[in-house]
Design a protein around this ligand. Structure first.
Ligand SMILES: Nc1ncnc2c1ncn2[C@@H]1O[C@H](COP(=O)(O)OP(=O)(O)OP(=O)(O)O)[C@@H](O)[C@H]1O
Length: 254
């Protein structure tokens, strides 16, 4: 489904991502892990088209998307979450979803005859999405700033799901959640997988990852040092050494 071949990103002399190759198969959940500064965020930016590659190739569903910009990649069916700071905090929950929907379907913004119908459809779909991600519909017309951190994270996921993507990239989606919230969130991620959506997730919480991932790809200094099932990766001496060597154990955030 997604195939990366020798993908590199250099910033001057820094090889943030260095000849990375891996695949994500349909309906797979893959964790992208590694110590701080190992290239995870850069990798997400490259796949989603927010940063151009220095070299290499990315193919999605048979289509070469290497030189596509972020909008074109989103249209091809790859969406991502950002940090919660990218939410419009003074707007309502529904308004945030509506903005994401209008960006998805620009015709609904500019074509007056379809705008009204589109708005109704968007509202209907947005309410469905809210229910799917587990945000109480009572919050639909409340300001985003009234949501808990966990619900803001769920809203980010809902926004990434607008337009029924085939693939979503999640960047530290459980950051700021407490243990019980993280367990509930884990169920949401499995529900997304059960919808047939593939997921590439950057996340520090190993316990969450090992419960939801089919596979983990480990980066260190921009290179892939392991690509295997979670239970194998977590016992891999090269992986353990990479984390310990940078002073943050792989199990530190369990
Ligand atoms: N815009 C940039 N300009 C210069 N160097 C950059 C830039 N973006 C990232 N880097 C460097 O590339 C390397 C990889 O950074 P990146 O943020 O992708 O790592 P990460 O694994 O996501 O780290 P963290 O876990 O701390 O978020 C780091 O050495 C970083 O300093």
């Amino acid at each position: 489904m997604l195939e990366l071949t020798d993908v590199s990103k250099h910033y001057g002399g820094i090889k943030a991502v260095d000849k990375v190759s891996f695949k994500v198969y349909p309906n797979e959940v893959v964790g992208l892990i590694g110590p701080n500064g190992s290239g995870k965020t850069t990798m997400m930016d490259l796949i989603s088209g927010h940063t151009p590659l220095t070299s290499g190739h990315i193919v999605f569903n048979g289509q070469d998307i290497t030189r596509h910009n972020a909008t074109k990649i989103a249209r091809a069916g790859i969406r991502r979450t950002f940090q919660t700071t990218s939410l419009f905090k003074d707007c309502t929950v529904l308004e945030n979803l509506s903005i994401a929907s209008h960006l998805e379907d620009k015709r609904s913004l500019f074509n007056v005859t379809t705008r009204k119908q589109s708005q109704l459809n968007i509202e209907h779909k947005s309410l469905e999405l809210l229910e799917f991600v587990g945000i109480d519909s009572a919050y639909a017309d409340r300001s985003v700033s009234e949501l808990s951190t966990a619900d803001q994270r769920r809203l980010m996921v809902a926004m990434a799901m607008v337009g029924d993507p085939a693939f979503i990239l999640l960047d530290e989606p459980s950051a700021g959640m407490i243990v019980g919230e993280r367990d509930d969130f884990q169920h949401l991620l499995l529900k997304i997988k059960n919808r047939g959506i593939s997921i590439l997730i950057v996340e520090h919480h190993m316990r969450l990852l090992s419960k939801i991932c089919d596979r983990m790809v480990v980066l260190n200094f921009g290179k892939v040092i392991a690509d295997d099932k979670p239970e194998i990766v977590q016992r891999d001496p090269v992986v353990v050494e990479a984390y310990l060597g940078r002073g943050s154990a792989a199990h530190a955030h369990g």
